[in-house]
Write a protein that binds this ligand. Structure first.
Ligand code: CA
Length: 457
């Protein structure tokens, strides 16, 4: 039997699927991703089921949907009383990897732990909302099997980031004057080379690299990458048919070049990670995943950011390369975030160690070219942590996106888009297609039941 593969999992924050050159959508400069895409399985329908930071990360690590893992919102001082953080005793993806013989490393933004008052030093003030966002993760159970730690909770200072490195105490984060993507790549490259004895060379390793860019503040990006876009106008950069640069979308005109500049910077540094693997002779037996926690609207439908069902927010990159086993090509596999853990554990030969109580499905067979049942829908949710019956729930299939929206003072509102005929999701056809609405309601009911969601149909 071949040695267990290494895993390198690169997950920037707010990097939309359309911003990969290989998707033939945004006019981005991404030569490394384009080369990588030709070597990888490229999923065109990977879904961020709850497209914000902490819920994505908790689904990734637990293989469960938010009502199964308790992370029903972003972790910050306001949501802690609602139990919104990763539980120390949860049996997580890296716990299973570590128990299965892997050395596990985490670099970058974690955003899964409850902030303490002392964490305000770095977290408060950054968003001006009075909440503490950053959090220190002490060594031990809360690190869930990661034995190399170079991380922080949540802090959007891309040019002056800080990190708690291994056993550094809460009072002594390392402060760095570099673009976080560049610095974290340096750390990842050193880990891959094992240049400072970061890992046990006798073990396979799993390295997670969680860049914060291209998240806001968009202007905090090295100018050299922004300048690569020259004099291109915002309207040329934002070429999607659903872009409206009015209302909140006005910000997109100001920030498109910075956003794509950060994308190009990430492409550059991702290329350095690939080179380091090749130079270390590890390229062939390392599974490399490039994905993101969610997308960015960037002016589509006049909106900015995330936490909404439109494709710019919901669809994420998911490229997986394993030269020895996974054949390259595009694949419309409808992958949900909780499926990632059981799928990768199976690829790592740890399928039998996957916890039995998770929601996600092992889809490794489809990646390996075996007959395998493929999902026909994905669950979407934007819950309200303070009102389990409020918020939005929906279903994404290959053809349809269906959403029920319950806001405070309105009756329930329905959205249905035919993504085949209307790829930019411009026309709500919920009223004219009652038979599809009823079919989608049926699928949604199944998801609510399966995931223990208290929302109620
Ligand atoms: Ca995020």
């Amino acid at each position: 039997m071949a040695a267990q593969p290494n895993i390198v999992f690169v997950v920037p924050d707010q990097f939309r699927q359309q911003a990969l050159g290989c998707m033939d959508a945004d006019p981005v400069i991404t030569p490394n991703f384009d080369r990588f895409a030709s070597q990888a399985r490229v999923l065109t329908h990977a879904v961020s089921n709850y497209p914000v930071c902490s819920p994505y990360r908790a689904m990734l690590f637990t293989g469960k949907y938010p009502y199964g893992n308790g992370v029903v919102g972003n972790c910050n001082s306001q949501t802690v009383p609602y139990g919104v953080y990763l539980k120390p005793d949860a049996q997580c993806f890296p716990d299973v990897l570590s128990d299965g013989g892997y050395d596990c490393g985490y670099v970058g933004k974690y955003h899964l732990d409850p902030p303490a008052e002392e964490d305000a030093r770095h977290g408060e003030g950054q968003r001006g909302d009075g909440r503490v966002w950053d959090a220190y993760t002490p060594p031990g159970q809360r690190r869930h099997g990661f034995n190399f730690w170079y991380s922080y909770g949540c802090c959007d200072k891309h040019l002056t980031p800080h990190y708690w490195v291994n056993d550094a105490p809460r009072e002594r984060p390392l402060e760095v004057n570099r673009w976080s993507v560049e610095h974290e790549t340096d750390v990842a490259v050193s880990y891959i080379r094992n240049a400072s004895g970061e890992r046990d060379a006798g073990k396979p390793f799993a390295l997670f690299v969680a860049f914060n860019p291209p998240h806001t503040p968009f202007q905090q990006v090295p100018q050299e990458f922004v300048d690569m876009y020259g004099d291109v106008s915002p309207t040329d950069l934002l070429n999607r048919a659903n872009v409206r640069l009015d209302g909140p979308g006005k910000q997109a005109g100001e920030h498109a070049k910075n956003y794509f500049g950060a994308v190009t910077g990430i492409d550059y540094h991702f290329g350095r990670i690939l080179n380091a693997l090749d130079e270390a002779g590890l390229g062939d037996n390392t599974i490399v995943v490039f994905t993101a926690d969610h997308g960015e609207m960037m002016g589509s439908h006049g909106r900015m950011h995330k936490n909404v069902w439109y494709d710019e927010s919901l669809l994420i990159p998911f490229l997986i390369r394993w030269p020895e086993r996974i054949s390259p090509g595009q694949d419309d596999l409808l992958l949900s975030v909780p499926d990632v853990m059981p799928t990768l554990l199976a690829l790592a030969g740890l399928g039998t160690a996957t916890p039995g109580d998770i929601d996600g499905r092992d889809l490794s067979g489809t990646l390996l070219g075996q007959a395998c049942e493929r999902p026909d829908s994905a669950f979407y949710l934007t819950p309200r942590f303070d009102n389990p019956e409020g918020g939005r729930r929906g279903v994404r299939t290959h053809r349809w996106v269906f959403v029920v929206d319950r806001q405070e003072h309105d009756p329930e509102k329905l959205f249905l888009f035919d993504c085949e005929k209307d790829p930019y999701q411009l026309e709500n056809v919920a009223e004219s297609r009652p038979e599809i609405v009823s079919q989608m309601r049926g699928l949604l009911d199944q998801w609510l039941e399966k995931t223990g969601d208290p929302w109620g149909a």
